[in-house]
Design a protein around this ligand. Structure first.
Ligand code: NIG
Ligand code: FE
Length: 386
């Protein structure tokens, strides 16, 4: 098996809410030897995984759309006919905040059960000011119900709702921007995202929203180049975006712009797989350009009903030829960077003690197994999961 990973055999770690010491057990300083100890019996310890792209708060299900796609309808055809994201919007608008939280919790629990300690959650299925606020409040509430850090992303520019059909500019001005202002005033927004695509928003509409986000001091990220190349990644990079996500149709110019801006490429193999996309993101060129790559579930009801980061890692390796080490960096250090977080994602002194303990001997096993339940336990802020 390949080396790397910074793996320390027979390691010891001293933690409170943060990591205070880490190294070979034989080097443990005497001052720490009398602390209460937990023997992990040679198990693999990694940073708790970070799911840096999800849409887990939504109403309803899209299983019927899955059946339509199996009969030959495409994702875009379903969206243009008013299904797709808009059918989730209808169900989401009809649900109360409590109902949305209750429906999201099992999805969150599934993601945590596969080793995550930080989960990003986007809005984007409300598409009115009040319904976008409801989704972001629901996301924040999830963070009080489980040992997890929830990072919220405002995504009102996700789809054009029926009442704004043909009036996307008016939607940006009357809903997306005002909902961002209101949500930010309530402390509900950690970053701002949009869907730049033929079935969603144009680069100039996204640009207008991003200017507003940056005037509020908020970082941006973008669903870019998922179904076609509109130059979204380069637009995001011009706004110093934390990440550009999906990227199947990313151009060399987009790669160069991302490399220069330090924008993370978030790779979402669950959506690629579900939509039976055939064009893979340009992994070799991203690697050559030194663009950091993250990997996420994109958990959402339409294009990626997936709740396992290790499965996303497996798909990233098998479908896109990431190495298992890149896949692990993609759900730890690079995922942290895609969220603008510098206090997690590695096992360095002073980092949060957010850890995943695996029934595995080598980190490559996390990407190698398919759909396995390899997690032994999580330790979040230095506390073991009950
Ligand atoms: O990341 N691309 C746009 N948004 C989601 C899909 C949302 C949906 O289909 O409900 C995505 O793939
Ligand atoms: Fe997404």
């Amino acid at each position: 098996m390949q080396g790397g990973y910074g793996l320390i055999p027979d390691a010891a770690m001293v933690v409170d809410e943060a990591i205070r010491w880490i190294g070979p057990a034989t080097d443990l300083p005497a001052a720490y030897r009398d602390l209460p100890a937990h023997a992990l019996q040679g198990r693999l310890v990694t940073p708790a995984l970070i799911d840096c792209h999800t849409h887990i708060v939504f109403g309803g299900t899209r299983a019927a759309e899955f059946e339509l796609r199996l009969q030959g309808a495409s994702y875009e055809e379903i969206a243009r006919a008013g299904g797709g994201i808009l059918s989730t919007v209808t169900a989401t608008r009809a649900a109360s905040l409590d109902e949305l939280v209750a429906q999201a919790l099992p999805r969150l629990d599934a993601i945590l059960a596969q080793g995550a300690g930080t989960v990003e959650v986007k809005s984007g299925y409300g598409l009115t000011i009040e319904d976008e606020l409801k989704l972001l409040r629901g996301a924040r509430r999830l963070g009080t119900l489980r040992p997890v850090s929830i990072i919220t992303t405002h995504l009102a520019a996700h789809a054009i709702p029926p009442e704004y059909k043909g009036r996307a500019d008016a939607y940006i001005d009357e809903v997306a921007i005002p909902s961002l202002t209101a949500a930010h005033a309530e402390g509900l927004v950690d970053a701002v995202d949009a869907f730049c695509e033929g079935i969603a928003f144009t680069p100039s509409q996204v640009d207008r929203l991003f200017r507003h986000a940056r005037a509020l001091g908020l970082p941006v990220k973008l669903h870019a180049e998922q179904l076609s190349d509109l130059g979204g990644a380069a637009l995001a990079a011009r706004h110093n975006a934390l990440s550009a996500d999906h990227l199947e149709y990313l151009s060399p110019a987009g790669i160069a712009a991302m490399a220069q801006a330090g924008t993370v490429a978030v790779i979402l193999p669950g959506a690629f797989y579900t939509l039976r996309e055939t064009q893979a993101p340009p992994i070799t060129a991203l690697r050559a350009a030194g663009v950091p790559m993250a990997v996420a579930t994109d958990c959402n009801p339409g294009s990626s009903p997936m709740t396992s980061l290790p499965l996303a890692m497996n798909m990233a390796c098998t479908l896109f030829r990431l190495t298992p080490e890149e896949a692990l960096m993609g759900t730890t250090a690079h995922a942290a960077r895609a969220l603008g977080l510098s206090d997690r994602g590695t096992l360095g002194i002073g980092q949060r003690a957010d850890l995943a303990v695996w029934d595995a001997a080598h980190p490559a096993e996390l990407s190698y197994r398919i759909g396995a339940e390899a997690l032994h336990t999580r330790i979040i802020g230095g506390r073991f999961d009950a």
